[in-house]
Design a binder for this molecule. Structure first.
Ligand code: GRF
Length: 202
């Protein structure tokens, strides 16, 4: 399966996917890594791994739709079976999401539907929750609210800072994202009335 990964920054989830592929645990071809930020550190990491990289500077476009159209054109040049949002910090237009629906995944640093949106670890600490985590989901036009594929939970410990909590969750992100992409690559994910069904071991 051909995948294209979209990033905006460090790209640690992208690195985890590259590492899973290199370890022979992820039967995919990472056709390209694309960023909306020319200075995204992950572009360098991807290039060093021999993966095609592109950036499309969202500031160069009049509106969201124009940027999304240019982004989709760049993505489609790689004929992806799956588009993976990994630390991609742009809200995507409905047209873009519809174009990739069913083959567009995102990872969100909370146990959705709790804490959609930004600053999830700070909000979790402020709310005093005892369990927090991360979610991989299919992307739908409703922000951070698509069918859940896999989640991981971590305890919130006394004295946790936003940084210590984020670091504990990032370890889990790097486990669940390769797992979600592997299930997709192995055709084990089906959508049934808006819910993800994991094909039983055939
Ligand atoms: C991570 O917390 C991820 O959950 C969120 O963006 C943050 C950075 O991701 N989507 P990455 O290190 O750029 O993959």
């Amino acid at each position: 399966k051909n995948i294209v990964i979209l990033i905006s920054g460090r790209g640690s989830n992208m690195e985890a996917l590259i590492a899973a592929r290199d370890a022979g645990n992820l039967p995919v071809n990472i056709a390209a890594v694309i960023s909306n930020r020319p200075d995204a550190l992950g572009l360098e990491t991807a290039a060093k791994a021999g993966i095609a990289t592109h950036y499309i500077d969202h500031k160069a476009f009049a509106g969201r739709e124009a940027f999304d159209a240019a982004l989709a054109e760049c993505i489609d040049g790689f004929s992806p079976d799956l588009v993976v949002l990994a630390g991609f910090m742009r809200i995507l237009s409905e047209g873009f999401v519809r174009h990739y629906e069913g083959r567009l995944m995102n990872i969100h640093p909370s146990l959705l539907p709790s804490f959609p949106g930004l600053h999830t670890h700070q909000r979790a600490l402020e709310e005093g929750v005892r369990i927090h985590g991360c979610t991989v989901h299919f992307v739908t036009p409703t922000l951070d609210h698509g069918p859940v594929i896999i989640q991981a939970a971590v305890p919130v410990l006394d004295g946790d800072s936003e940084a210590s909590l984020a670091a504990r969750i990032l370890v889990q992100e790097h486990k669940i994202y390769p797992q979600a992409v592997r299930w997709f690559a192995e055709d084990k994910l089906t959508l049934d009335k808006g819910r993800v069904r994991l094909a039983a071991e055939l």
